[in-house]
Write a protein that binds this ligand. Sequence first.
Ligand SMILES: [Zn+2]
Length: 156
Amino acid sequence: MKVRTAENKIGEMQRRLDVYTVSHQMRKSLVRNKVLAAACKLQQPFTAYQLVEAANKLKISQATVYNVIQLLNQAQILHKVNRDTTREHAQYEIVAGRSYRIQICCSRCGRVATVKSSVLNNAVKAFKFNNFEMQRFSLFVYGECKVCREKFKQHY
Ligand SMILES: [Zn+2]
């Protein structure tokens, strides 16, 4: 069951990538699709390094992975979840078609966790935007994680 949903997701994302590449007059690329499939299989969100490791097993170079990340980002198939952090802490995730997600993000180390809250979900879904129809949302709450708070305590 779990595998089937992952396969469905990969198929859906590859179709989105096809639409993007065709509309931007780019060639379809098997390697790109492989990197995308590897990204879909990783636990979300993931770091570029985790994707590089997964792609290495498929004999795909680091440079290719970074290029594909950039392209997927432009195609809005993948996005960086913690925008404010440095590249080494950057975490990415595949953007599901219609998803509602709340994430907490540590401003110090960039760690990201997903939070389930029907209260917040319903509040955002119920909000009426002016001349704008919401399709999905991703809410980020910034702060300090437990690990960083404890580190901070030790220094002072
Ligand atoms: Zn932290």
